[in-house]
Ligand binder design. Structure first.
Ligand SMILES: [Cu+2]
Length: 149
């Protein structure tokens, strides 16, 4: 009886966890929907990495990202790739804007969250926290999944 209860609780927790991993909102914050937050495993010796995610602003006003931070990196910045003389370069975007009721896609070749001075590369399959701070000092906590390269 107790064992049955434990087994069904176990299944229930697994279901919740599977739902969350498949991309439910990482935060109860209703202004934002974040999906697919991930990073590729870092090659040995690397101290920089790019985080990708899909960030949806559900509010009827434009918002701005003021800060990004994670305990695994000395510095985190919003960056954007661009082409110059046929070469792909990147630059920091200190106040990335997200239009009302729209999505900002952080994806290879475009926007990314650059992590600098990562002292210890996180393991494949692990998750680490990333905090985005918006105008008005509103904060959003996101879990980033580390995927195989
Ligand atoms: Cu970058």
């Amino acid at each position: 009886m107790l064992r049955d209860l434990q087994a069904s609780l176990g299944r229930w927790f697994c279901l919740v966890c599977a739902l969350c991993l498949s991309g439910c909102n990482d935060s109860p914050n209703p202004s934002w929907r974040v999906t697919d937050a991930h990073m590729k495993a870092m090659p040995p010796g690397q101290t920089r990495a790019a985080v990708y995610l899909r960030l949806e602003n559900t509010e009827a006003r434009e918002r701005m990202i003021q800060l990004v931070a994670t305990p695994i990196a000395g510095t985190a910045e919003v960056h954007r790739h661009f082409y110059e003389n046929g070469m792909m370069k990147m630059r920091a975007v200190p106040h990335a804007r997200i239009a009302a009721e729209s999505v900002l896609e952080f994806a290879p070749g475009g926007y990314h969250i650059m992590l600098l001075d990562v002292a210890q590369a996180p393991e494949v399959g692990s998750h680490f926290p990333l905090t985005l701070e918006f105008d008005g000092a509103e904060r959003l906590d996101v879990e980033v999944e580390v995927r195989p390269r």
